[in-house]
Design a binder for this molecule. Structure first.
Ligand SMILES: [Zn+2]
Length: 244
């Protein structure tokens, strides 16, 4: 195939844009924060499960405390009522019975209050556990929100860069013969190397040193002849840097 040396050189610029386009596409679809954001989603789920369990423990302790408080209130009420009745009792037998009941209620109230103290301690402990877990969760959510915002900004920047590069590429592609551009794109497809500059006997597409025989052949070729790298199959572009 024939193509002007200018057209051939333009392919190098197009290849450079294609490389940058690939990078910006990767930055757009796979932001660097992605792995950590996914990791945090897993951590958040686990921490949320833990928080739910700890909140359950706290709720149970609070319910138990409420029951105990109502037990104390009931026993106290009853003892007060017995006290009032004792104050007005005339029958000694009845008074004795009331005194016995007041004693027994006092002992009972004292016992329930001990249990109440113990349960209050458990409520406090459970509340501390819930608070600590909530703090962990908040930390995870703050980090996640920060990373998500950063990823969004990176994606927006990569998208804008990609659009910019696409415009530049279209402008350059418009200056190259369609047949040559198609040839480059065919060679570059499926991860192949589309074009390489020959610099001091080395193909910059594949970094291989070309043999003396190859260089001799290249020297003989007309400047508008489209050459291929014998190593990687890329279009081999000659410039004054080629050392021919
Ligand atoms: Zn090569």
């Amino acid at each position: 195939m024939k193509a002007t040396p200018e057209n051939q050189r333009t392919l190098l610029e197009i290849a450079d844009l294609d490389r940058r386009l690939l990078q910006s596409e990767r930055a757009r679809t796979q932001p660097s924060q992605g792995a950590r954001i996914n990791e945090l989603a897993g951590v958040r789920k686990q921490q949320l499960g833990e928080l739910t369990a700890l909140t359950g423990v706290l709720d149970d302790a609070r319910a138990e405390l409420k029951r105990i408080e109502s037990d104390v209130a009931l026993a106290t009420q009853r003892r007060d009522r017995d006290g009032e009745r004792l104050a007005t009792a005339t029958d000694p037998k009845q008074a004795q019975a009331l005194e016995n009941e007041i004693d027994s209620l006092t002992r009972r109230i004292s016992m329930i209050e001990d249990t109440e103290l113990e349960i209050m301690g458990r409520v406090e402990e459970a509340q501390n556990d819930v608070d600590a877990q909530q703090a962990l969760l908040d930390q995870t959510q703050t980090e996640g929100a920060k990373l998500t915002a950063a990823a969004k900004a990176d994606i927006a920047a990569a998208t804008a860069e990609g659009e910019h590069l696409t415009r530049d590429r279209a402008a350059l592609a418009g200056t190259v013969a369609a047949e040559l551009l198609a040839d480059y794109e065919r060679r570059a497809s499926r991860g192949g190397i589309g074009v390489g500059l020959l610099r001091r006997g080395v193909c910059e597409g594949c970094r291989m040193v070309l043999s003396g025989t190859d260089i001799t052949e290249i020297r003989k070729a007309a400047s508008d002849e489209v050459l291929s790298c014998p190593e990687c199959g890329a279009i081999l572009v000659r410039t004054e840097e080629s050392g021919l």
